[in-house]
Design a protein around this ligand. Structure first.
Ligand code: ADP
Ligand code: MG
Length: 617
C-alpha cells in the first residue's frame, strides 16, 4: 500500500502560512508593510481581543483594481518583482507574494479597496483561501483589510495563541516600532475601539518619541549620532537619560535600513554605553536607526526578517556604545539638573525621577577629606609617612588630605554646624535618619541623601580621576585568595590593573593569589569578593575588543572598589562627617547617581508634605 499522498493545495497553504503567521502581530506587520509599499501616508490599525478576534488595517495608499484584488490572495502573486534578479535591488518591504495568501488561509478576511481613478471600490470576502463573496462597495482611495477569528480553521494553532494581554503587547510594540521608524506617516492604533496611539506626521524622530513616550520621558531624551568607515555605517537615535528607566528591554528599538530588528547584542551594547549609570536590571528608552551598506548585513536569517546578522557585529556594537556614552557625557550634571527639577515626579513605569539638592553653599568650602567619613571603625590617619597601626607603611603614593579624619570619639562640632546654618539661610543639615539617610532642610522642602550611594559616587570619581594619589597600606597579614586554576590563569594577565589601583596582588601559586597591600579605603575589607567579582566581569567582557575591554573592566573595578569602601547604610556618622560627605558629593561630576545608577538623593517638596497634611489641596 503506498503511503505517500500529496497534500491538498489548501492544507499545504495552511501549513505554509505558519511560517508567516504565528500570532496576530505578524499579520499586523505584513499588512502595515503592504500599506507602506502602497504609498500610504495614513495607516489606522484596529484590534479586538489582542488581534485574535479582529485585526483591521486601513490605509490611504494606491488601492487595487478588481483584477489585483482577486490576485493578491494567490500564493506567490506580487506586483513588486518579476524575476529573481529584481530581488537584489527591491526597495519594497514585501516581494514574495506570500503574506495575503497566508492570511487568507488562516482567518476570515474582508478586503475593501479602491484605486484613485476608479469610481467605486470592490469588496471581497475570503475564507479558507476561497473568495466567498464579491461586491461593489463605496470606498475612498486606499485599502481596508480585516482579519477575523484567527486560526478559526486550525484549532491546533489557535490553542498556541497567548492571552489577550500578551498578544496585545506584541501588537502595541510592533505598531510603536513602525511609528518610530516612520515619523512622516500618520499612525493610529485602536484596541477594543479605544484609541491608544495617535501620531500625526512629524519631522523628526525626537518629535515622534515625544508623541509615543510619556511626557516625563520625552523631556529627558537626547539625540545621539555616530558614523564609521566613510558613512558606510551611520547611527542616529534618541536615548533617555539614565534617570528614565524601564524594568525590561521592551522600549529599546533598533532599525537597520528602516527595518525593525530584534538583536539582543545591540541592546547590550547600548546599555554598556551607559557605563555605571544604570542600576542592575533597569533599562533605558531608546530608538536607534542604523544605516548600513546592505552588503554588510544578512536579513534573510529569519523567515519574517525580524532578526538580522551583521558581517562585523562588533563594529556596530562598539559604535552604538560609543555614541551613547558620548551623548551622555556631553550632558553634564549641571545641565541635566534643571531639567530634572522641572520634571513631574511621578512616571508610569520608570524609576522615580529625583530632584537635585542645592549644594551651592558647599562649593565655597572646598577642603577635601576623602577619608573623613570612611566607616568609623576603619578610620586612620592618611598623612604620608604615617605608620599604619597594623603593619608596615609602604604607600605607592599619597593623596594628601587637607583635614585630619575624624575619630569616632571626637565630639560633634555643633558650633560649626550651627554656624554653617546661619551662613546659608536656605540650607540646614537636620541630621541622620535611620543611620542611612542625611536629612537636609532647604527652601523648597526636605532633601534626603543616601549616605552609601553618595559616598560610592565620591569614591568612584576619586578612584577614576586620582587613583595615582590614593594612599595604600601594607597588610599585616597578607590576604591569600584561593581560586580554581582556570580562574588564576584568567586573571593573572590583568593583575597590573589591580596594582594600578593600589591593590598589590600577585600570583602565589597555581590556585592562589596573594594581596599584600590595598588602598586605605579598602583596609579591613577582604579583597576576596572583589577579585571574584572581577573574574566574572572579565569573563563577561572577554570577547570584546582589547581597548574597550580595558575600559569596561577598569570602570567595573572602580565601581566595585567604591561600593566596598563606602560607608554603609547603618553606619553612624558625625555631624562633621555628614557635612564633609555633602561637600564632597557636591564636587563630583555626576552627583545625582551612584556608580550603579541609584539616585544619591531626592527632594520631598514642601508642597507634597503640605498635601499630606491636607494644608494644601
Ligand atoms: P508582497 O507584499 O510580497 O507582494 P502580499 O501577499 O503581501 O505580497 O501582497 C500581494 C500584492 O497585493 C502586493 O504585491 C500588492 O500589489 C497588493 N497589495 C497588498 N496589500 C495592498 C495594499 N494595502 N494596497 C495596495 N496593494 C496591496
Ligand atoms: Mg506584503
Amino acid at each position: 500500500m503506498p503511503k505517500i499522498k500529496q497534500l491538498s493545495a489548501h492544507e499545504a497553504q495552511k501549513i505554509a502560512a505558519g511560517e508567516v503567521v504565528e500570532r496576530p502581530a505578524n499579520i499586523v506587520k505584513e499588512l502595515i508593510e503592504n500599506s507602506l509599499d502602497a504609498g500610504a501616508t495614513a495607516i489606522t490599525i484596529m484590534v479586538e481581543d489582542g488581534g485574535k478576534k479582529l485585526l483591521r488595517i486601513i490605509d490611504n495608499g494606491c488601492g487595487m483594481d478588481v483584477q489585483d484584488a482577486h490576485m493578491c490572495f494567490v500564493k506567490h502573486a506580487t506586483s513588486k518583482v518579476e524575476c529573481i534578479e529584481d530581488v537584489t535591488h527591491v526597495q519594497t518591504h514585501g516581494f514574495r507574494g506570500e503574506a495575503l495568501a497566508s492570511v487568507a488561509a488562516v482567518g476570515r478576511v474582508t478586503l475593501l479597496t479602491k484605486e484613485a481613478t476608479a469610481l467605486e471600490g470592490i469588496k471581497l470576502e475570503v475564507e479558507n483561501s476561497i473568495i466567498i463573496s464579491e461586491s461593489i462597495a463605496p470606498h475612498t482611495t486606499g485599502t481596508d483589510i480585516s482579519v477575523k477569528d484567527l486560526f478559526f480553521n486550525i484549532p491546533a494553532r489557535q490553542k498556541f495563541l497567548k492571552s489577550r494581554d500578551t498578544e496585545w503587547r506584541h501588537v502595541l510594540q510592533l505598531v510603536t516600532a513602525f511609528c518610530l521608524d516612520y515619523p512622516d506617516i500618520h499612525f493610529k492604533l485602536f484596541s477594543e475601539s479605544k484609541q491608544i496611539l495617535n501620531c500625526p506626521p512629524v519631522h523628526s524622530l525626537h518629535e515622534r518619541c515625544e508623541q509615543i513616550f510619556d511626557t516625563t520621558a520625552s523631556r529627558q531624551l537626547l539625540a545621539i549620532t555616530a558614523t564609521k568607515d566613510n558613512q558606510r555605517i551611520t547611527i542616529e537615535g534618541i536615548i533617555s537619560h539614565h534617570q528614565i528607566l524601564r524594568y525590561d528591554r521592551n522600549d529599546l528599538y533598533f532599525f537597520v535600513n528602516k527595518r525593525w530588528v530584534k538583536n539582543h547584542k545591540l541592546g547590550t551594547a547600548l546599555i554598556k554605553g551607559y557605563k555605571n549609570l544604570l542600576p542592575a536590571s533597569r533599562y533605558p528608552v531608546a530608538a536607534i536607526a542604523i544605516t548600513i551598506d546592505p552588503a554588510l548585513v544578512d536579513i534573510n536569517i529569519h523567515p519574517r526578517k525580524e532578526e538580522i546578522k551583521f558581517l562585523h557585529p562588533r563594529i556596530i556594537e562598539s559604535l552604538i556604545e560609543q555614541a551613547v556614552s558620548e551623548g551622555l557625557a556631553q550632558k553634564t550634571s549641571s545641565d541635566i539638573a534643571p531639567a530634572i527639577a522641572e520634571a513631574p515626579v511621578s512616571y508610569s513605569s520608570s524609576y522615580s525621577v529625583f530632584k537635585p539638592f542645592n549644594f551651592d553653599m558647599f562649593a565655597q568650602q572646598s577642603a577635601q577629606s576623602y577619608n573623613s567619613y570612611a566607616p568609623i571603625a576603619n578610620v586612620m590617619p592618611t598623612h604620608a609617612n604615617t605608620s599604619s597601626p597594623i603593619g608596615d607603611t609602604a604607600p605607592l603614593s599619597f593623596f594628601e588630605p587637607e583635614t585630619v579624619p575624624l575619630q569616632k570619639s571626637q565630639p560633634l562640632d555643633v558650633q560649626q554646624s550651627m554656624h554653617t546654618v546661619q551662613e546659608c539661610a536656605d540650607y540646614r543639615l537636620i541630621g541622620q535618619f535611620n543611620n542611612t539617610y542625611l536629612l537636609i532642610e532647604q527652601k523648597d522642602g526636605l532633601y534626603l541623601v543616601d549616605q552609601h550611594a553618595a559616598h560610592e559616587r565620591i569614591l568612584y570619581e576619586l578612584f577614576a580621576k586620582r587613583f595615582h594619589d590614593v594612599a595604600t597600606i601594607n597588610l599585616l597579614f597578607p590576604d591569600l585568595i584561593s581560586l580554581s586554576e582556570d580562574d588564576v590563569t584568567l586573571i593573572t594577565p590583568h593583575l597590573a590593573l589591580f596594582q594600578q589601583h593600589g591593590i598589590m596582588v600577585e600570583q602565589f601559586n597555581e590556585n592562589q593569589l596573594i594581596v599584600e597591600s590595598t588602598p586605605i579605603h579598602l583596609k579591613n575589607i577582604s579583597c576576596n569578593e572583589l577579585i571574584r567579582e572581577m573574574i566574572a566581569v572579565i569573563k563577561e567582557y572577554e570577547h570584546i575588543h582589547e581597548e574597550e575591554f580595558f575600559k569596561a573592566v577598569t570602570e567595573k573595578l572602580r565601581a566595585q572598589m567604591a561600593c566596598k569602601a563606602a560607608v554603609k547604610a547603618g553606619d553612624t556618622l558625625s555631624q562633621e562627617q555628614m557635612t564633609q560627605l555633602l561637600k564632597d558629593l557636591y564636587q563630583t561630576e555626576n552627583r545625582f547617581a551612584c556608580p550603579h545608577g541609584r539616585p544619591t538623593g531626592f527632594l520631598l517638596s514642601t508642597y507634597e508634605i503640605e498635601k499630606k497634611f491636607k494644608r494644601k489641596l
